[in-house]
Design a protein around this ligand. Structure first.
Ligand SMILES: [Zn+2]
Length: 381
């Protein structure tokens, strides 16, 4: 076995103990630049996305020339940021299971993926193993809305397809993820003293409540969900509330249904506002609705070269793969929408986005084995 699991464990621990909350990824980036430079990277680039994302660095793109005759690089992608609490991470290792000390996340999301990539390249170089050209992408600000990936200029990447190492579902390759819209609705009524002259007020909160009661939420069908998750409004118990803001989201694996459910919500709110009785024949409530695409759908056909290559690689190491879809968006949604078809490979990270996050060393070793097969397998397409 060429994989050095102790080295993998050390690099993983070092990565986790470099704090990298979103927008503060530069220290991790510096660590990776040094590591891959020492391994003989052909190019190391940091893009200009920091200006857009507000991060202290950009996305990090590192390339290695191929040594097996293949000419088009293969993309391996991970994100450098972690969710909070992320300050002062200390890794605890017990029986080859890694956790944090309990006050922070561990950061296996997504440093388990990064550590596997580091071990992969180290093995390739120390054993002179022929491999395809590699493009390694380490993004910023994934956890706060895929901002690094969204701000990445697609022309900076030469790969035709890629693998994001960023999923929890053990053993399940993610080939689809929903699209999402964010909706912000502002209803304006009219303020009035609730005891002296309630007749002259228009209660924005009552309007919102009536509309919300008419909206189906939760799992709407097998591929779509709706959630109104935030409401703000009113100023005092003795004032008829003039203004209420509601924020929510629609997700669907079907772009058509995403559009349909989004329009339905807009229509219900608009209808309720328009039907609301006017005061003195002149004051009417008003509504403002802003819909923003949060991320586009990701849906890969079975015969995509990115999946053919993965299946072939798994065969060479007798690895059983299962395939599924995710409920959330990730950087892979953005890459795939830009034409760079990307599947998501699980790393073994568990209980992510919590202080109970953990990962087993064995899972990272298995991930590295699969990556090794991917970059050395004879081209499938
Ligand atoms: Zn992640």
């Amino acid at each position: 076995m060429q994989i050095n699991s102790e080295r993998l464990a050390r690099v993983f621990t070092e990565l986790c103990e470099i704090d990298s909350p979103s927008r503060q990824e530069s220290a991790v980036s510096n660590y990776l630049q040094k590591l891959f430079d020492d391994l003989g990277a052909s190019t190391i680039k940091i893009d200009e996305s920091g200006v857009v994302t507000g991060s202290d660095t950009g996305n990090l793109i590192i390339s290695f020339d191929g040594t097996n005759g293949e000419t088009t690089p293969l993309l391996l992608a991970c994100h450098m940021d972690t969710v909070g609490p992320a300050e002062g991470v200390e890794v605890v290792r017990e029986n080859d299971v890694f956790t944090s000390k309990g006050e922070t996340v561990l950061g296996a999301d997504d440093k388990s993926g990064i550590a596997a990539v580091a071990e992969l390249v180290t093995i390739l170089k120390e054993n002179n193993i022929p491999h395809c050209p590699l493009e390694l992408l380490f993004t910023t600000c994934e956890e706060i809305g895929l901002r690094g990936a969204k701000a990445l200029a697609p022309s900076l990447l030469k790969s035709r397809y890629g693998y994001a190492l960023d999923s929890t579902a053990k053993g399940t390759i993610i080939t689809g993820a929903p699209a999402a819209n964010r909706i912000k609705i502002t209803i304006c009524g009219k303020a009035a003293h609730s005891g002296l002259s309630p007749e002259t007020g228009i209660n924005a909160l009552a309007i919102a409540a009536e509309a919300i009661a008419r909206i189906d939420q939760g799992r709407i069908d097998s591929v779509s969900t709706v959630n109104l998750g935030l409401i703000r409004g009113g100023t005092a118990t003795n004032i008829v509330p003039e203004r209420v803001e509601i924020e929510g989201e629609v997700r669907s694996h079907s772009p058509r249904l995403l559009e349909e459910y989004t329009r339905r919500i807009e229509k219900i709110f608009t209808n309720v506002v328009e039907a609301w009785p006017a005061i003195d024949g002149k004051y009417r409530p008003s509504i403002d609705i802003i819909v923003k695409e949060d991320f586009p759908v990701m849906s890969l056909a079975e015969n995509e070269p990115v999946l053919q290559r993965l299946r072939k690689a798994a065969e060479t190491i007798d690895r059983q793969l299962s395939f599924g879809v995710a409920g959330g968006g990730s950087d892979a949604n953005i890459f795939s929408a830009n034409g760079l078809k990307t599947v998501i490979i699980p790393t073994g990270m568990t209980n992510v986005h919590s202080t109970d996050e953990y990962i087993q060393l064995e899972d990272m070793v298995e991930l590295t084995e699969l990556l090794l097969a991917l970059v050395t397998v004879e081209k499938a397409d």
